[in-house]
Design a protein around this ligand. Structure first.
Ligand SMILES: [Zn+2]
Length: 283
């Protein structure tokens, strides 16, 4: 996603005297979410992993280099084998590189397996798939997986880890941040339903694939933002306003304190208008 432009990079190098290699170094890290649940960062992408008494369960690989880094960190910190990988969905910026883990169990939605088999993403082939719900027990932890239906893609799942009650949710909800760009690959009504399903699950902490750690209220807030945006754009189009008029209006201005407001609001409006027209809800 966010890309440092060559101009900006040149400016950083000029201003600081640091090398291009250092400026391009990938921001990675590990933080404890709660209990045995940890969050792994690779630039602007996050995945969680869970240390059970029978091994480590990882989630989205993000990419092959990220897996290599995480593998070395896990070996240093925990001295336990990685036994399972659970994929949130097949999109390349989250699911790439899973084969770097070697021979482990790979759990995913049945559509994820279809997308991997069709070559849409380079990752490990799922070994266990499910349609609606799947519960996996590994050592002293339980992983409750729920298919969220068609919305952001057609294979997105939510995962709740117990006993920590942490939900790992990717792309449908990024707490305190506007949705990504112009809602690519998204049925927006479906995405609203995906978020409602997330809200119906029982959990205390929401660990997302992007943005900050939150709670269930953050899922509700993102859904309300999308619903308000939909209603606002739909009403304006019905009143004969152009997309440029809507961008120039104060629609969504109450979300100024959310991340991405300046860069994503206009794209969110354009994407919403396009989708309303495509789905026959606006002319
Ligand atoms: Zn995605």
């Amino acid at each position: 996603m966010h890309k440092i432009t060559s101009h900006l990079l040149a400016a950083i190098v000029l201003l600081t005297g640091i090398s291009v290699a250092a400026a391009q170094e990938v921001k990675r890290g590990i933080e404890q979410v709660t209990g045995d649940v940890y969050r792994f960062q690779n630039r602007f992408h996050y995945a969680i992993f869970v240390v059970t008494d029978a091994g480590i369960v990882v989630t989205d690989p993000i990419n092959a280099d990220a897996v290599k880094w995480l593998k070395a960190e896990l070996a240093k910190r925990f001295n336990k084998p990685v036994t399972h990988m659970i994929l949130s969905h097949h999109h390349g910026d989250h699911a790439t590189g899973g084969e770097e883990w070697g021979s482990i169990e790979v759990v995913a939605h049945e559509n994820t397996k279809k997308h991997v088999a069709a070559g849409k993403v380079q990752t490990a082939m799922p070994t266990t798939t499910f349609a609606d719900k799947h519960t996996l027990s590994v050592g002293n932890k339980t992983f409750e997986l729920t298919y969220l239906g068609v919305g952001h893609g057609d294979d997105l799942i939510a995962m709740v880890v117990r006993p920590e009650n942490v939900a790992f949710v990717v792309d449908a909800v990024s707490p305190k941040r506007l949705p990504w760009r112009d809602f690519p690959n998204t049925d927006i009504d479906g995405m609203i339903n995906q978020i409602k399903m997330i809200e119906s699950l029982e959990f205390d902490v929401l660990a997302p694939g992007h943005s900050v750690i939150g709670t269930k209220k953050d899922a509700t807030d993102v859904r309300v933002y999308i619903e308000e945006l939909k209603a606002g754009v739909k009403d304006a189009l019905a009143a004969g306003k152009s997309v440029e008029d809507i961008i120039a209006s104060d629609l969504a201005s109450n979300y100024k304190d959310w991340a991405g407001y300046d860069s994503l609001r206009e794209l969110n409006i354009r994407g919403m208008a396009r989708w309303l027209k495509e789905s026959g809800q606006a002319k």
